[in-house]
Structure formats: structure tokens, C-alpha cells
Design a protein around this ligand. Structure first.
Ligand SMILES: [Zn+2]
Length: 257
């Protein structure tokens, strides 16, 4: 009898949102489901001051969960006083030993109307924090790489990740040239997009978003990272073990989980 593959592979969901109003399930249920499919650690990603506080509380409760402080570009309206207040309120959370990064932060010019000036102001503030705290970043950049690269180049960050990139070969090359890693998720299972070499990717689900095949049409779960690992095994023409070993090592190296 052959062993189930997940008894030999260890996976980490490097980018998910465990606390999200879309979930009918409790975090215990989500983790139990994921554990049964080979997932052993989770990085739950903040997208706003409030969701970052939730992510912190979740990580403090569950030993296998880590968190990041994030402020998504679409969550900020350009109010400078408000940003000061938000960041002051976040200070006590930064003593958390489970804090492993800053993100998601970035630029998103996909859905108009958007305020480029506000997004850039926020991104620069967040990058200053990442640089000062020596924390890696989970970047969200969509249709905005021309503005993003010169800003990125102004900061000195630990090795960081561009999450869910579905952009051009050219921007992939720009990211590789800058030593960035790439978060690969369910998008790869149903969309034709360029991919970095295996040794430069991390696996993520972005759950509850971006459900992989064959679960399209349902709410995404961290346990479905198994399907993303299977996709990667096929795409990179290598074993699941090899995919798990390399991508897990990358997450551990970058986020120190
Ligand atoms: Zn996300």
C-alpha cells in the first residue's frame, strides 16, 4: 500500500486570511481540514489595521499560526492623520513574537477610481516600518509596476515576496533581478500566467480568495494548498516531495516561521 503523499510532505500556507467574514467555519475547523491535507503552518495576512489586529489575536491563540501587519492600498483613503493614529494603535501589536512580516502592502490600480498619491504615501510609510523593523514584506501589486519599482528600490528590505503576481514576463524578470520571491496560488491552476523558477516560489492559498481548481465556485481553504502543490509538481516536472521541500524551505528562510 502506498503512503498518502501528505504523510511525507510538509506544507506551509504562506499567505491566507484565516479571519474573514466569508467563512462559515471556525478557525479550528479550517485548521483541522488543512492539517488533514498536509499543512502544518500558516501565515495569516493583515489587510487593514482592524484585520491585522484580528490576525495577531489568531496567531497568539494558535501555535502553528503566524501573522503579518498589513494595510492594503485599497483600504486607505489618503487621510494622513488617520494613518498616524492607525500606526500608533498598531505599536503594542508589534511586540508579538508571532509577527513575521509586513503586508499585504503595495499598489493596486486595477479598479478605478483609485488615488495613486494616497497609495504611494501609504506604501512608503509601510516600507519604512519594514525597513526599520527588518521585517520581510508580502507585496500586493496589480497594474502598478511602473510606479512600484522605483519606490521599492529606495528601501533596503530583507528577502521579500510578491504575492499573487499574474503580470508580464518583464515584471517577473524585474522581480527576480531584485531577489524577490513569488507567491504562487490557485490562480496558476486556472489562468495562463508567467512563473518564476521553483527555487524562487512560495506556495500560498490567499484563502478565502482565489480558489484553485477543482474547487472553483466555493470558498477557498488553506487545505487546498495541496491542489496548488500538485499543480506545481506537474508544471515544474518534479515530485510533490521536492515541491514541498523547496517551497517550505523558502517560507522558513524568509519569514523565519
Ligand atoms: Zn491576500
Amino acid at each position: 500500500m502506498s503512503r498518502a503523499w501528505y504523510t511525507i510532505c510538509m506544507l506551509i500556507d504562506s499567505h491566507c486570511h484565516l479571519i474573514d467574514s466569508q467563512y462559515q467555519n471556525t478557525v479550528d475547523e479550517i485548521i483541522a481540514h488543512a492539517k488533514s491535507r498536509g499543512v502544518e503552518k500558516y501565515i495569516t495576512i493583515g489587510t487593514s489595521p482592524a484585520s491585522s489586529a484580528d490576525a495577531c489575536a489568531c496567531a497568539e491563540k494558535y501555535p502553528d499560526v503566524f501573522w503579518t501587519y498589513g494595510y492594503h492600498p485599497n483600504e486607505y483613503d489618503g487621510d494622513k492623520m488617520q494613518l498616524e493614529k492607525d500606526l500608533a494603535a498598531a505599536k503594542p501589536l508589534f511586540v508579538s513574537k508571532k509577527l513575521v512580516g509586513i503586508g499585504e502592502i503595495g499598489l493596486d490600480y486595477h479598479f478605478p477610481p483609485f488615488d495613486k498619491t494616497a497609495q504611494i504615501y501609504l506604501l512608503e510609510h509601510m516600507l519604512q516600518i519594514a525597513q526599520d523593523q527588518k521585517l520581510p514584506v508580502s507585496f500586493h501589486v496589480r497594474d502598478a509596476f511602473d510606479d512600484f519599482w522605483p519606490i521599492f528600490d529606495n528601501f533596503h528590505l530583507p528577502k521579500s515576496v510578491l504575492h499573487s503576481v499574474s503580470d508580464s514576463e518583464q515584471n517577473l524578470a524585474e522581480g527576480l533581478r531584485r531577489d524577490l520571491f513569488f507567491g504562487v496560488n490557485g490562480l496558476s491552476t486556472f489562468a495562463k500566467i508567467p512563473h518564476a523558477p521553483l527555487d524562487r516560489i512560495l506556495l500560498e492559498t490567499d484563502a478565502p480568495y482565489l480558489t484553485p481548481k477543482p474547487f472553483r465556485g466555493t470558498i477557498n481553504m488553506p487545505g487546498y494548498i495541496k491542489e496548488i502543490a500538485e499543480w506545481a509538481s506537474e508544471y515544474y516536472k518534479t515530485s510533490l516531495d521536492q515541491v514541498a521541500e523547496i517551497t517550505t524551505a523558502n517560507v522558513e528562510h524568509i519569514f523565519k516561521v
